[in-house]
Design a binder for this molecule. Structure first.
Ligand code: NZQ
Ligand code: ZN
Length: 386
């Protein structure tokens, strides 16, 4: 196991009927900006409950944060924070609203040009403070409710933003708030959480037994609860397990002391940016082909994954690995998430645009060992085409 520090300050408030506790969780004299997306929270009654929970506080609403939140939209909220002297941000929504709110929190206190905040990649932002923020998560997928990261769409690309100052102070996770999700978003959430685990687990072995078994436990839970949730949208136990799986997949806990990959995400972000597919859809395309091409680099962990997650015990090493890859692809497809680039009406020649974008964003040495160059990314995308 490698050395690590772990500190996650986010207070999780989990379970049914917890929104009235916002009154206890947010400072009494706070002036709150409530941020949300395209209106699902208005239609399903969540916003109303949030506003009731905020009691007599001075509250302003900011709606319209789009999926894959855009810099220009977020800057409008930064203006509101300044003009209205907002001192607490409450994100009510999925990963896009939570991520957007994190960026707003950083940008509102930043003395320089906020566009510069998008230039630091995975390094912590050079900021000294941020507006305190919290979330009410309505979509289990990204883990944004309990991590310090955000991904922001800008004309120059889909760019990560990280800072320990951007951990939510608390996150309310009420599985009943996810009952209203359309099936496509449920499926997206399962795939996203699944791939978050894979990027921290299918690398090379370092004898990190707790992290491995936690990762395997989350993967098995997603395999079990994903389909049940799709079949029975109001099954509370399935929703609750799905929600806690997604949070656990990317709150840093399974990633301590182990190598991490993130190549599937980096290539996936370019696909979303160029072709507009959902985040999870991009991951479902890249992951199986990445494994096919990189089988030899990930052999030990792929065999462990085959045995412990899919119970594959028969056959040669190669046969077991191939079967695990094909079962992963089938799992994504069984949820309704397509796994081939050609299924998104993209020409094979467009792969060159993805490679170009990876180059422009400096994504030329990906993987857990930094040995994945553009030629390998190209091979993966060619394999993923059809
Ligand atoms: O905008 P509204 O009307 O709210 O509708 C949303 C949106 O259309 C809808 N939705 C959310 N909760 C709902 C609901 N509809 C009905 N009932 C509910 N309870 O779902 C749609 C998608 O929402 P979005 O927030 O975009 O989805 P998701 O949570 O998958 O977030 C994706 C974003 O997160 C980033 C992605 O890149 C993408 O921009 N990621 C963030 C990460 C992080 N912060 O750690 C890591 C991830 O790898 C990912 O990159
Ligand atoms: Zn993701």
């Amino acid at each position: 196991m490698m050395n690590f520090d772990y500190h996650n300050p986010t207070h999780i408030v989990f379970g049914r009927e917890r929104l009235h506790e916002l009154d206890r969780l947010i400072p009494e004299n706070a002036k709150v900006l409530v941020l949300f997306g395209g209106g699902s929270v208005r239609r399903n009654g969540t916003l109303e409950k949030v506003l009731a929970g905020l009691g007599k506080r001075d509250v302003i609403e900011f709606g319209g944060i789009e999926p894959n939140p855009r810099f220009n939209t977020l800057m409008k909220a930064v203006d509101v924070v300044g003009k209205e002297n907002i001192d607490f941000l409450l994100a009510v929504g999925g990963g896009s609203v939570m991520d957007g709110t994190k960026f707003i929190a950083a940008a509102a206190h930043y003395p320089g040009n906020p566009e510069d905040l998008l230039k630091h990649g995975f390094a912590p932002l050079p900021i000294e403070s941020a507006v305190p923020l919290a979330t009410v998560a309505t979509l289990p997928a990204t883990g944004s409710e309990m991590n310090m990261g955000a991904v922001i769409s800008h004309k120059s690309g889909k760019l990560p933003v990280m800072s320990p100052l951007l951990y939510p102070q608390f996150s309310v996770l009420d599985p009943t708030l996810t009952f209203s999700l359309p099936p496509v978003q449920v499926a997206n959430g399962v795939v996203d959480a699944f791939v978050h685990v894979l990027e921290q687990y299918v690398t090379y072995p370092v004898e990190a037994k707790v992290q491995d078994r936690m990762a395997e436990g989350i993967l098995k839970t997603l395999i079990e609860c994903g389909p049940v949730t799709l079949a029975e949208p109001e099954n509370y136990d399935a929703r609750a397990n799905l929600m806690w799986s997604a949070t656990s997949a990317l709150n840093g806990y399974i990633g301590v002391g182990v190598p991490q990959d993130w190549s599937t995400h980096m290539i996936g972000h370019e696909l979303t940016d160029l072709f507009g597919m959902d985040h999870a859809q991009s991951l479902a395309i890249v992951q199986p082909s990445l494994w096919k091409i990189r089988k030899d680099k990930k052999r030990g962990k792929l065999l462990q994954y085959a045995e412990r997650v899919w119970d594959i015990l028969e056959g040669t090493d190669d046969e077991r690995i191939d079967q695990a890859i094909s079962m992963t692809r089938s799992f994504f497809e069984s949820l309704g998430v397509k796994t081939r680039l050609s299924q998104y009406r993209i020409e094979q020649a467009d792969i060159a645009k993805v490679i170009n974008a990876l180059e422009n964003h400096g994504m030329t040495a990906l993987s857990e060992t930094g040995d994945m160059d553009l030629a390998i990314s190209n091979q993966i995308l060619q394999d993923a085409y059809a």
